[in-house]
Design a protein around this ligand. Structure first.
Ligand code: NAG
Ligand code: NAG
Ligand code: NAG
Length: 160
């Protein structure tokens, strides 16, 4: 009986730890639709986000690539037609998450502000004021329990 109880207690602790992992989120505040894919060793179905729409997934370790990325294009088939992509890459390591923002095939959100920020106000944000990646490394890190949200076409530069 005691053994069963302690096994249950360990199980409960693991479960609450697992649910304490934060989410990688994309919020579309642009006046146009965007499409997001979650990419690791597999590629999710496309998620079309209309204005005000969002997509989120709990931080997860990809069994093959380690990290995962939320790839965003303006075109609905942009991932498959090499359209400009904005890429929110993340990597979960123990109780930390590393997050990054980069562009490939051009700058999808040129002229708009992008902010990638943690819900933990002590963690650093990535801010692209003109939708153009600044020079230098963008990689930031935070505790894995907080959400990291990329807001597209935001006017709010402060953390949220
Ligand atoms: C935007 O997305 C919504 C919901 O998926 C869809 O109903 C609408 O037709 C889309 N608008 C455009 C311009 O593609
Ligand atoms: C994290 O995001 C989820 C939705 O994706 C939300 O339900 C939850 O409240 C958020 N947590 C924090 C700490 O902001
Ligand atoms: C969303 O965009 C509108 C302008 O289109 C702006 O007024 C508003 O502050 C933005 N909201 C956020 C959360 O960035």
């Amino acid at each position: 009986m005691l053994n069963t109880l302690s096994i249950l207690a360990v199980g409960a602790t693991l479960a609450s730890r697992a649910s304490a992992v934060g989410n990688a989120r994309v919020v579309n505040n642009c006046s146009f639709n965007v499409t997001a894919w979650s990419v690791g060793s597999d590629v999710s179905a496309p998620q079309t986000l209309s204005t005000g729409g969002s997509y989120g997934e709990p931080f997860a370790l990809d069994p093959k690539t380690g990290g995962r990325a939320l790839k965003i294009t303006i075109d609905q088939d942009g991932l498959y037609t090499s359209k400009p992509q904005t890429v929110f890459a993340y990597s979960l390591q123990d109780n930390k998450v590393w997050y990054d923002l980069s562009d490939v095939f051009g700058d999808a959100f040129s002229g708009h502000t992008l902010v990638e920020a943690s819900s933990d106000g002590n963690c650093p944000s990535i801010v692209w004021r003109n939708g153009i990646p600044p020079a230098g490394s963008q990689v930031k890190t935070c505790g894995a329990g907080a959400n990291v949200t990329l807001t597209l076409c935001t006017e709010k530069l402060q953390k949220f």
